[in-house]
Structures are given as C-alpha cells and as structure tokens.
Ligand binder design. Structure first.
Ligand code: CTP
Ligand code: CA
Length: 226
C-alpha cells in the first residue's frame, strides 16, 4: 500500500513563509520598498504544499499567482507582516524569505506631500521590527525550525554566518544578489546553507528546484523525512 506520508512528509505540519517586499508609506501615494520579485518565497510555498504541509504565505505586494493550496495573507508593511506572522504561531517550520524594508518613515504624512514651497522634504526614519529575530528568539511558540535568508552582494558566507548568530535562527539560506549574478528577479539561484553544522553550497538551479530541495531538507531537519 503506497503510504501518503512518504511522498507527502509534511502532512499534518504547518509551514509559514514570508515573501516579497514590504512597502512602507511616506504619504498616501509614495513608499519605501526593497527589490524583491517574491519568486523564491512563492516557489517555497508551492513546494511546501506539494509535501503536504498546511502552508501560510504572508506576502508583500508582488506580481505572482497565489500558489494553489497555500493560504495567502497579503500585507504591505513590516508591522503588518509581524502581526500576521505572530498570529499564525505555533508552526512547525517558519521560513523568512521576505525582503523586509529595514526602515519606515517614522510618521507617514496623511496627505500627499507637495513639491516646491518648503524646499526638500526630510524623511525621518525609524527601524522596523526584525520579524525573523522576533520569532527565532521567542520564549514561547518558537517553531521547530526557523530559516532565514541572506541576500548579499559581497562576502556572502561570512555575512551569512554573522546573520545566523545575530538572528538566532537554525539555518540561513544565503545567496549572491550582486548585479552580475542575475538572481534578482531572475529564475535561477545558487544558494549556500549555513547552519551550526557548517556550510553546504548547492549548484545553480531553477528557483523552483531550489525550493523543492530546500523544503525536503527542512522536512529532514524536523524529522519528518529520513
Ligand atoms: N528580516 C526580517 N525582518 C526584518 C529584516 C529582515 O524578518 N526587519 C529577515 C529577512 O526576511 C531574511 C533575514 O531577516 O530572512 C535577513 O535579512 P537581511 O536584510 O539580509 O538582514 P538584516 O539583518 O536586515 O541585515 P542587512 O540588511 O543590514 O544586511
Ligand atoms: Ca535588511
């Protein structure tokens, strides 16, 4: 008898994924954002569904179809993302693939800022909450596996090691997003898995294949797949 559990090892498990950019309002018509296509995060959601997981996708604004079977929770700001993420805990695996804006405008204007009369507007910034760090260091409801991403333009491995320690997560998936890598917005990715066990570097693959392999690796790490 073919066992459903063997090819759907995450059946009965809950996986939460953040994806896409956040948009931090400056005024009603302008915002600060990060570059992010959302492709890797959405591919991860699809891979989680394929392995049988209850899959929650907390996503900033992107131009991608919702992966069938995933539960999509749209957000705009980092503050909204944190709120929805915390409301979904506990989960078995939490994956932070979103490109969260590090700063927001401290007080967004409630009317459109007009040019001209008062010289250049000055934007006072405030730091956004670190969603990954908040979840990874939570005293209660910490997921079994907390995965961060590190998109770097230089010193990829060293920066990823530093982030692993700083964030308190179990694993960092690091990649090189410098302009000549073609990763930003592209369909291919070359990742390095950085954890307490060391560094595992994978070959360049389609983002969908990276997602499939990552999700199987995560399932193994929580003991749901051998
Ligand atoms: N992250 C997050 N909340 C933030 C900032 C980052 O959840 N406010 C998560 C990202 O989703 C990613 C990881 O933290 O999984 C690393 O993000 P990154 O921007 O590389 O790290 P930072 O700590 O913001 O460092 P810096 O941007 O200065 O390199
Ligand atoms: Ca950042």
């Amino acid at each position: 008898l073919a066992s459903g559990a063997s090819n759907r090892p995450l059946t009965g498990r809950k996986v939460l994924i953040t994806a896409g950019p956040t948009h931090e309002p400056i005024d009603p018509v302008r915002y600060i954002a990060n570059r992010s296509s959302g492709k890797q995060g959405y591919a991860l959601a699809q891979a989680a569904v394929a392995l049988g997981a209850e899959t929650i996708l907390v996503s900033g604004p992107v131009n991608l179809p919702i992966p069938p079977g995933a539960q999509m929770m749209p957000i705009e700001t980092a503050a909204e993302m944190l709120k929805l993420v915390e409301a979904e805990l506990p989960v078995d695996i939490a994956i932070f693939a979103a490109a969260v804006a590090d700063w927001r405008v401290a007080t967004a204007a409630d009317q459109k800022i007009k040019k001209g009369t008062n010289g250049l507007p000055e934007l006072k910034l405030a730091e956004n909450p670190d969603i990954l760090k908040t979840v990874a260091t939570a005293k209660s409801k910490r997921p079994k596996l907390v995965v961060g991403f590190a998109a770097e333009t230089q010193n990829v491995i060293d920066n990823a090691k530093a982030k692993l320690a700083k964030k308190g997560c179990d694993l960092i998936v690091a990649n090189d997003v410098s302009a000549d890598s073609g990763v930003m917005g592209g369909n291919r990715n070359r990742v390095h898995l950085v954890s307490a066990d060391g560094v595992e570097s994978w070959p360049e693959l389609d983002k969908s294949e990276v997602a499939r392999r990552l999700m199987e690796d995560f399932a193994r790490r929580i003991g749901a797949l051998t």
